[in-house]
Design a protein around this ligand. Structure first.
Ligand SMILES: [Zn+2]
Length: 317
């Protein structure tokens, strides 16, 4: 009797010490890296010059930031979910923590995407749920459906790797056909300049956009800052921009410092779906704009504002 109670007490004590020893997801402890990334954020988001401040106010500029590759690290996933504002989170299917992170993201009001692995030109091994050129239609659809079922609250899909498969028109038609039936959007991560994914999505009337900027090909806060500044320049020029980053400590620290500064620069961080033209609802295009665009293409006015995201027929070069 006595020894059983002692054992239970010892076990619960051990559990407390074990929990205390685990890495904390948030908040990130202040460190030299924090300071460096905060400084990079200050530089990347320097306020407009005084000369620019007198120009006429520009229409609303919007950006979306997708954090890819969530699911393998619980702590980093939680940090990504904890970023301020409407960051969009792309979760790998069948990953150890993907399901829990998607649930947590949704609870905290963040948009969830499926980050579906696809075959690449380098022949790098694929994560579970990988879609490949070798699959016949029924296998392809079965794998895609199991990926979609593995991640709850999915609003859209983007490709993990996929430099080979996104060049395959037939496979992209199978993919978009499935997304169409589920009213999901597609974001082309553009891992290949020869990707036809966004074009096929447009042909099949799937709300779509293409990644404009990868934030962290170099895991260095100063370089991430340069990429972020390039995103903002492009968004100011065209009305919007789409960035993809990864749950690296450098990226998370940079974004934690940078995102709260956007508002003072009249730039709005929105979830990915908010950047996309609605293709299925009745368009709410004012009459004068309808006339301007010939009244032919629902959602075209929105698409035009977001030209950078590849909605225009001329985009996707
Ligand atoms: Zn990825």
């Amino acid at each position: 009797m006595g020894s059983g109670a002692r054992l239970r007490a010892l076990l619960s004590l051990a559990a407390i010490f074990w929990a205390a020893a685990q890495p904390q997801a948030a908040p990130l402890a202040p460190s030299p890296l924090d300071l460096m990334c905060a400084d990079a954020a200050r530089q990347a988001l320097a306020p407009p010059s005084r000369a620019g401040a007198h120009s006429t106010p520009s229409p609303e500029v919007q950006i979306a930031v997708i954090i890819d590759d969530l699911g393998y690290s619980l702590a980093r996933g939680k940090s990504a979910i904890g970023l301020p504002g409407a960051v969009t989170l792309a979760v790998l299917p069948h990953s150890p923590h993907g399901h829990a992170l998607a649930e947590s993201a949704h609870r905290q009001g963040k948009e969830v995407m499926l980050h579906t692995p696809m075959s690449n030109v380098g022949g790098r091994p694929l994560d579970e749920g990988g879609l490949t050129n070798a699959m016949d239609r029924s296998t392809f659809i079965a794998v895609l459906r199991s990926n979609l079922a593995a991640v709850p609250h999915v609003r859209g899909v983007n490709n993990h790797m996929g430099s080979l498969l996104t060049q395959n028109r037939r496979a992209m038609q199978w993919l978009m056909g499935e997304l169409q039936g589920r009213s999901l959007y597609f974001v082309d991560s553009r891992t290949s300049a020869r990707s036809v994914a966004a074009n096929v999505a447009r042909e099949q009337q799937i709300p779509t956009a293409s990644r404009d900027i990868f934030l962290d090909n170099d895991r260095d806060c100063v370089k991430i800052g340069r990429q972020f500044a390039a995103l903002l320049r492009q968004a100011r020029r065209t009305g919007s921009g789409v960035a993809i980053g990864h749950p690296y400590p450098e990226t998370l620290r940079f974004l934690a410092a940078a995102l709260p500064r956007l508002e003072s620069m009249q730039i709005r961080l929105v979830s990915m779906s908010a950047l996309l033209p609605a293709t299925e609802q009745t368009p709410e295009v004012p009459v004068d704009e309808k006339d301007y665009f010939g009244g032919l293409q629902p959602g075209r006015a929105i698409a035009n504002r977001s030209a950078s995201t590849g909605h225009l027929p001329s985009a996707g070069r």
